[in-house]
Ligand binder design. Structure first.
Ligand code: IMP
Ligand code: MG
Length: 189
């Protein structure tokens, strides 16, 4: 797919790190694993907006069980490619978590701050169980040792876009995951 990007002189979309077929195959495996692990249960998959929306939509369709889902939105990086160190809820869940087997679905675990914050926040709502799913993880950047129960891929310390992941709200619709190349000096130092 060739997308005509607007004029963004400070950055360019670099090489493909994970192509759409590779992503699809890995998600099918995660879905099969979740299907086996949650047999007899009705998992409740909470997608973290906006980045995880595409992963969440593809993942739920690989799970061969009755399930329900909801979304939560947290404060984003804005224009920066590194964490602000602050997490806040911008849109809360619609439904209670009591008696639910919750799977929290994240796009990427970087420092671990976002996932850790949400795990603590959701635990306080007394779900029956709570596990975490992430498509990507950058272990080299981890500051908080948060547990990921179902992980798609470990990736190197590069800023990536596509498949729901953005830079400054752009590139989410790229079907592959690509490395963003920055010319400005506000990338990872
Ligand atoms: P953490 O709180 O530092 O773990 O950051 C998690 C959030 O940072 C993710 O939900 C993403 O929104 C964002 N993020 C971290 N790394 C990347 C990246 O390489 N590309 C796009 N977004 C990223
Ligand atoms: Mg995110």
């Amino acid at each position: 797919m060739k997308i005509e990007w607007p004029d963004r002189p400070n950055e360019s979309v670099g090489p493909v790190l994970l192509d759409s077929q590779t992503i699809r195959n890995r998600i099918r495996k995660l879905g099969n694993q979740i299907t086996r692990d949650y047999r007899g249960k009705i998992p409740h998959l909470i997608g973290i907006l906006k980045g995880a929306s595409i992963f969440h939509a593809d993942l739920v369709r690989t799970i061969q069980l009755d399930l329900s889902y909801d979304f939560i939105a947290v404060g984003s990086y804005g224009k920066l490619t590194k964490s602000s160190g602050e997490v806040r809820i911008l849109k809360d869940l619609d439904e209670s978590l009591e008696e639910r087997d919750v799977l929290l679905v994240e796009d990427i675990v970087d420092t671990g701050l976002t996932l850790q914050y949400l795990v603590q926040n959701l635990e306080a709502r007394k779900p029956k169980s709570l596990k975490t799913v992430a498509l990507l993880s950058k272990p080299a950047r981890r500051e908080i040792d948060v547990h990921v129960d179902y992980l798609g891929f470990d990736i190197p310390d590069k800023f990536v876009v596509g498949y729901g992941l953005d830079y400054d709200q752009h590139y989410r619709n790229l079907p592959d995951i690509r490395i963003l190349q920055k010319n400005a000096d506000n990338c990872h130092e």
